[in-house]
Write a protein that binds this ligand. Structure first.
Ligand code: SF4
Ligand code: SF4
Length: 70
């Protein structure tokens, strides 16, 4: 299995500080700091995608890579 240390990307220009991602993250990775979401515990992120799905302003997103199987 390939291990990655990828993390969600937060666009502060779009973030309203609503906190939905913080309360929705099952691992406590995110927190609010100065009215913006931030990655507080990067080692805890499982890259599940919940934060991306629940953000109302598309401020948080998960970069991904397309892998071809041969
Ligand atoms: S859900 Fe989106 S807008 Fe709300 S705090 Fe998180 S990143 Fe910001
Ligand atoms: S991808 Fe999942 S574990 Fe990582 S910050 Fe978002 S909700 Fe939390």
């Amino acid at each position: 299995m390939t291990e990655t240390n990828w993390l969600p990307i937060i666009d502060q220009a779009k973030c309203t500080g609503c906190g939905h991602c913080v309360s929705g993250c099952p691992t406590g990775t995110l927190s609010l700091f100065k009215h913006f979401a931030m990655i507080a515990k990067p080692e805890s992120c499982t890259y599940c995608g919940i934060c991306e799905m629940i953000c109302p302003t598309e401020a948080i997103s998960l970069p991904y890579e397309i892998c071809w199987e041969s």
